[in-house]
Ligand binder design. Structure first.
Ligand code: ADE
Length: 419
């Protein structure tokens, strides 16, 4: 048995079936895996991955292994691991996994160190925790690294901050910035899976509810549209003028959280910032308000403040904790304020992770092929890869599209023809 720290290896049978199920909706990753098996572009490469341990991630891990890579995986969030998947990766695929759903913070970082112990050549992060360790406690391992990839908005922000300070020690491909990632995964994936998580945790009816969405980035837009589609009245809170205007013109009410807090019934944060919902907001919320986060880290809701204001707290359902304030008002916190779509549901559906993880696989291959040319910067996914993934996805759905005629190409390259 390969090295691991997982819940229970006996869960592997269920995990294997669910991984297979997800795989049927990941045709792009499957086609890349097919090519990887023949070409072995990752032969001899050790990839340390810190990703949500889900059925979709399992399909990415096996694709990388098909490409000849040695992979090792830990969780990118203490609550997002699917224990049966971890078990199948270890038992059926011989991939070392260090992840247990519900692990405490100490174990979470111990697991990150276990992955780093394999001395990776490539890091594959979702939130930049591997890279952050490599720039602090595990600096000695940087010499082995040829590059990394980053899955999410929050991670890219952290990495760009390292780059801006001149501290980034190896190149990173910002998978999140690929159009085939954030326009689909962040919008449609987060949109659906966040609502899924809230419903699984509460069984609350969205129709007729007032839903406050904090943040109108791609994730917030996705959630707002899905909530409205299910009959909720949606309020947007934002700090950015353009995004606020866009939300208004998309037909949503826009106001500060101080006002929205009085009106909302369900609150969802997706801002990437800290203490977006805090004591002053809890104070004016309605009795029974539901508060959830779908941003990367559990910092968006000021949970210590909520705890301090409360005289009693109890877990009333799986992933639903009831806080009773001193005046008797109750506030429901979902999934410990961690990303609710992965804590209480299964994260984004395979159909959308197919594109995100195709970007991961092709970016890893790109790093291997171009390592010598890359500086210590955060790079976008090359447009050619983005287009290739979109093309493969369309082809997998049997959809053909038009091509420019010779005349149209000439027209687009000219300035002479007007009205
Ligand atoms: N991030 C969001 N959804 C995910 C999923 N299903 N698998 C891995 N990472 C995710």
């Amino acid at each position: 048995m390969v090295k691991n720290d997982i819940r229970d290896v006996k869960l592997s049978k269920k995990g294997a079936l669910r991984i297979e199920w997800a795989g049927t909706n990941m045709p792009v990753v499957k086609s890349i895996a097919g090519r990887f098996r023949k070409e072995k572009p990752l032969k001899g490469i050790r990839i340390g991955a810190c990703l949500h341990v889900t059925t979709e991630t399992a399909n990415l891990m096996t694709a990388l292994a098909d490409g000849g890579a040695e992979v090792s995986l830990c969780a990118s969030n203490p609550l997002s691991t699917q224990d049966d998947v971890a078990s199948s990766l270890v038992a059926d695929h011989g991939i070392p996994v260090f992840a247990i759903k519900g692990e405490d913070n100490k174990t979470y970082y111990k697991h990150i160190n276990s992955v780093l112990d394999m001395k990776p050549h490539i890091t594959m992060d979702d939130g930049a925790d591997l890279v952050s360790r490599l720039h602090s406690d595990r600096k000695d391992l940087v010499k082995n690294i040829i590059g990394g990839t980053e899955e999410t908005t929050t991670g890219v922000i952290r990495l760009k901050s390292l780059e801006a300070k001149g501290m980034l020690k190896f190149p990173i491909i910002a998978v999140n910035d690929a159009l085939t990632k954030h326009l689909f995964d962040n919008r449609y994936g987060t949109g659906q899976s966040t609502i899924d998580g809230i419903i699984r945790a509460t069984n609350h009816l969205l129709a007729g509810s007032v839903v406050v969405v904090a943040g109108y980035g791609w994730c917030g837009r996705g959630v707002a549209v899905k909530a409205r589609g299910m009959g909720a009245k949606v309020i947007i809170t934002e700090i950015n003028e353009l995004k606020s205007l866009e939300a208004l013109m998309d037909g949503f009410d826009v106001m500060p959280m101080s006002e929205a807090a009085r009106l909302g019934e369900i609150f969802i944060t997706l801002t990437g910032n800290i203490n977006v919902i805090r004591a002053e907001h809890f104070r004016v919320m309605k009795d029974g308000s539901i508060v959830a986060n779908s941003g990367h880290f559990d910092v968006e809701i000021d949970i210590p403040a909520l705890a301090k204001m409360s005289k009693k707290r109890r877990v009333i359902r799986d992933f639903t904790e009831e806080f009773t304030l001193s005046d008797g008002k109750k506030i429901m916190l979902l999934g410990e304020g961690r990303l609710i779509n992965l804590a209480a549901a299964e994260g984004h559906p395979a159909m959308v992770m197919d594109m995100s993880f195709a970007n991961q696989a092709l970016s890893a291959e790109y790093v291997v092929k171009n390592a010598a040319k890359l500086g210590n910067k955060v790079y976008s996914v090359p447009e050619e890869l983005d287009q290739r993934i979109a093309g493969l996805k369309l082809a997998s759905k049997g959809i053909k599209i038009d091509k420019l005629t010779v005349q149209q190409k000439k027209y687009l390259a000219s300035w002479e023809i007007g009205t």
